[in-house]
Design a binder for this molecule. Sequence first.
Ligand code: PHE
Ligand code: ZN
Length: 881
Amino acid sequence: MRTNQPKTIHLSEYRVPAHLVDTMDLRFELFDNGARVHSTLRVRRNPESSEVSAPLTLDGDSLKLEHVALDGKELAAGDYEDTGDQLVIAGVPEQFELAVVTWIEPQNNTRLEGLYKSSGMFCTQCEAEGFRCITYFPDRPDVMARYRTRIEADKSSYPVLLSNGNPVEQGDLENGRHFVTWEDPFPKPSYLFALVAGDLVEKRDTFTTCSGRDIDLRIYVEPRNAEKCGHAMDSLKRSMRWDEEVYGREYDLDIFMIVAVDDFNMGAMENKGLNIFNSSCVLASQETATDLAYQRIEAIVAHEYFHNWSGNRVTCRDWFQLSLKEGFTVFRDSTFSADMGSPTVKRIEDATLLRTAQFAEDAGPMAHPVRPASYMEISNFYTLTIYEKGAEVVRMIHTLLGPDLFRKGSDLYFERHDGQAVTTDDFVKAMEDASGRDLTQFRLWYEQAGTPVLTVSDDYDPEQGVYRLTIQQSVPDTPGQTNKKPQHIPFALGLLGTEGDALPLQLDAADDIGSAPTERVLELTDASHTFEFYGLAERPVPSLLRHFSAPVRVEYPWSREQLVFLMSHDPDGFNRWDAGQRLAVDVIQSIVGAPEDAGIEPRLVEAYRTLLGDSVLDQALVAKMLQLPSEAYLIELASSPDVAAIHRARDQVLRHIATSLRDELIACYHRNTGAGGYEITPESIARRSLRNTALAWLLMINDEAGRDLAVQQFQEADNMTDRMGALRALVNSDYAAERSRALADFYERFQDDPQVVEQWFSVQSSSDRAGQLPQIKALLDHPAFDWKNPNKIRSVIGVFAGQNLAAFHNPDGSGYEFLADQVCRLDDSNPQIAARLVTPLTRWQKFAPAYSAMMHSALKRIRDKAGLSADVYEVVHKSLE
Ligand code: PHE
Ligand code: ZN
């Protein structure tokens, strides 16, 4: 068992740094058996700090200190204190130069924080606290220095040497070595430092900025991936243009680089001028990447690029402010994606993620506010709450202010804080100052955790023609927070007449009904509000929380008839989809635990029939509307869920619909196949999605024609979306022979491509047929599985526990024990990944007692592992409390 408990860090204990670093001069000597890091810091006392005689305190982790000198004078062991995680030097002058030499071993770094090796190249990951694994430094984002970095390495093994900023010098050295020196003119926190050394090919392009400057764009990849950079490059150029047009932000260096790395804990990292990407988030080709991957790459390239302003030029004062950069940047990238494709579909995707996963987080033991008040291990706080809920909070400001005032606010924010490390409060203040709006109550969104619940009721007075809507809000208790205050919620709505007409929303009896808008954003600030709508000749059907105007739960007693009506009449595409989801949820919930032959709502089948034949509505929206609510979402909505029963009920509904609409599915498949080659456009993506949904459903009911179509599509596909669609359908079918043949053929064809092998793992580990525990264990023994590669770990273990819910929650508890074993194993090599994998177990309290007791004991087994990392410790202890 772990003996010393990791320290809790509190926002309330924030102090400005006692010392500032103006410049950081680095020299890296890279060797096969390690790296020597020489650093020279120009340090001065911070005039804003009251700690006048504070010692200089530098963070360090797993470093071997070889040398330290102050103003040229070597310090002896007694002149400083090495506490294990800090180097403390007392009695330092007002200003001085500190020189430090450390020795590190990147080749043995399996945590993938700091400097490490991936497929033979050197690379870094410094956010949040990885820089301290490279050298001693005040590793906190409010210490910003100008960096100059010289990299020395063997020239034939490492011809490419990269760091932040511009290259200023290069040359050859003795013994076949060479060097390149980089200089970054912009002061930055240490978490944005990056270095890459490897044998990489370079893909180049140029972008001309709005002021006419030519920017040199480069993507560096291993030679075998040279042809897979086009999509990322195009996405980058579109992002650069968009940020100029929508936010007035121009790129600031002369060169912008992206590097693809196979072993990476996260998706990508926004290091100044040198973004480092998980290969799976940058490489794409028609044959190897699905449409989903294409869209993800575009979004992540944009996200990292947008960080150049929202994150790098204006950065975070401390890690409690993480959502300052992440929430805002996710909002920016999601608006960008909406502009590049279908805004309604993008909104549906964002809302789905939020309602399925973020709501679950917000209701679980790790729930925390968008601006947390404390943490043990900051890497546990790169969460859906910080990212996605944080983005929703910014979106609500956008909704409340409107686009013009929001833009005024963001201009003011960037101008006022350029070059500074600031807080979420500074962001809100800029929005207030630019708009004249009071966002005092709105700030509660940053401070209170938990998903607000809106309970809506209504009545109609036919005599007066008045429709009354009452909305009550409550914010649930979360760990450490009770008795919460009402929040400021923008609530968009419309009212529909019996013919589906959008009715005018007249809130004042005296107003002229002719000029009333048909959609309004009501502002909720109290625990309860009643709104009266005048001049209504009939009882309207309400369309509530349009386009998901706030990250809240809405409860209203919709009848199935109203939902069917909204599904085909709501002018708001988002709410059409939402009505369909609510109807499907209601139908599935009503047969959970019911006998096999329970009747299934005919109106749901009819609604799907209409959708399958609809060629007028945006096909991308139709494709979304055809997806039944996921198991994960159904579980999130249930209290004390019985996973097996939910799985059965959902399956039963799906099969019933597929059986009833078998001919329509075949027709839909054919209508969306052939005609028009492969393109990455919303229309063509929607067509692929429709035909693959039809295929999946046909195979769910063991349709032989469907099977033949799947086999044929699998063999003839000219793109990964179709090949994977067919493979997935076969894998999830009862056609065992076709399933194994397709899996073997797929592996044979793509075994040399790690990103495709990851998809091959995922399609099996997510399947309730191919992904039962013995098969999952076999995947871990497969030669392509690699315990050091986070993507492989995620695609087998993460996908099994997060997406194959019926197998993971096997009533015999084997799924939980399996996950506990893997977490313990990974805790020693990569604690960040181990801590993330624990997530499904942390929700134990939610489940029906039989499940929850076994989840609890699996967690306790992890807790009792010897030498548990701080990362896993925090997650496990908070969920057992
Ligand atoms: N800051 C990165 C992003 O959101 C995510 C990240 C965090 C990457 C920590 C690595 C480590 O773009
Ligand atoms: Zn980010």
